[in-house]
Design a protein around this ligand. Structure first.
Ligand code: NDP
Length: 330
């Protein structure tokens, strides 16, 4: 192959994301330099953080540059290597972006285990799984018998949070959009309960699902869902503030129940999983083992071909995905 396809950010979104914020290009395959590796990507991960990076706003990372390959996690196969640790045929996880191929320094990649399917290294045994593992174990610090609530519960991060909370002996309650997602969260993932926030009885449904109150919130959504859970918090409850997807297109995220932070002596910590790389080896080992043993279940929504990535990404921000959203590239 002498050329490959990639998708660049053509313009910054104003409010809701549109397909013409992206541009598909065909470009020459680059030759790897010293310590670099050329990779043919098999799967691209689509993740909500990409929406925040598209804004030119102060944040934890620099904005996605215009006219450059969209940022993104990938898994694929080494085609050519000028790095001593990699050989052609090795399966690797890297950040090669929305592209069929790419070159990167081998130090910024990792070889992946073949104990589990390749795509799982972008989901429960990758960044989303680590996000769940870290936020639950390092911020919520669950104890047996406690109640942990997680929003976006059928998704890549939320599905792992609830299953790990169950393994820790907690009552796990999910919140998700629609009866089909809620049935999956309860019946297949084994959560104790799952609330359909679209059913219109959020406050009563959360109260019924958390008879002993809430000790830990793993927050992925923000806004009304988060605000309603806050009112159920027990003394010294912990909140892992992981994401606020209901506000990524600029929607209002204001809270009314702020008083409970004082009255219930709550603690809340935001975190960015890429800043905790020292925890990844332990976390990924545990998650990979659980998947291989069939103790950690996951679901994927796979879009076919790079051209489908913009539509699939816009769908992710509207909840059209069911489980980890991927794009298959080969
Ligand atoms: P998911 O696989 O959960 O997909 C996103 C889901 O969010 C949708 O399927 C939808 O589920 C839900 N959603 C979208 N819009 C809304 C809305 N307006 N109100 C309520 N729910 C909505 O994505 P991830 O698991 O990858 O990410 C989950 C969260 O974790 C995101 O907020 C993301 O930004 C965050 N994150 C944070 C990281 C960190 O380091 N802090 C790292 C990785 C992810 P439904 O149909 O149920 O509404």
């Amino acid at each position: 192959m002498s050329e490959y396809k990639r998708i660049v950010l053509a313009s910054r979104p104003e409010g809701q994301l549109r397909a013409d914020n992206f541009r598909l290009e065909t470009v020459p395959v680059p030759a790897p330099g010293d310590n670099e590796v050329l990779v043919r990507n098999h799967f691209l991960s689509l993740d909500p953080y990409m929406r925040m990076r598209m804004e030119d706003a102060k944040s934890y990372a620099d904005p996605q540059p215009l006219d450059e390959t969209m940022i993104g996690g990938t898994v694929g196969e080494v085609v050519e290597s000028k790095h001593p640790d990699y050989q052609p045929g090795d399966k690797v996880n890297g950040m090669l972006g929305w592209a069929e191929m790419g070159v990167a320094n081998g130090n910024a990649m990792r070889k992946v285990s073949d104990r589990i399917p390749l795509s799982a290294h972008l989901g429960p045994a990758g960044m989303p799984g680590m996000t769940a593992w870290y936020g639950l174990n390092r911020i919520i610090t669950p104890k047996a018998g406690e109640t942990v609530v997680v929003s976006a519960a059928s998704g890549a991060v939320g599905s792992v949070v609830g299953q790990l909370a169950k393994l820790a002996g907690c009552r796990a309650v999910g919140i998700a959009g629609g009866p089909e997602k809620c049935a999956y969260v309860k019946d297949e993932l084994g959560f104790d309960d799952c609330i359909d926030y679209k059913a219109g009885n959020l406050e009563a449904d959360i109260a019924a699902a958390t008879p002993d109150g809430i000790d830990g919130i793993f927050e992925n959504v923000g806004g009304e869902i988060f605000d309603t859970c806050l009112a159920r918090m027990n003394p010294f409850g912990r909140i892992a503030l992981c994401g606020l997807i209901s506000g990524y297109d600029g929607q209002d995220l204001s809270l009314k129940n702020v008083r409970v932070f004082l009255t219930m002596r709550l603690s809340m910590r935001g975190f960015i999983i890429a800043e905790h790389m020292e925890e990844w080896p332990q976390g990924l080992k545990e998650l990979t083992g659980l998947i291989a043993e069939g103790k950690l279940k996951y679901r994927e929504t796979i879009a076919e071909g790079l051209d489908s990535a913009p539509e699939a990404f816009m769908g992710l921000l509207k909840g059209r995905n069911f489980g980890k959203q991927l794009v298959r590239l080969v």
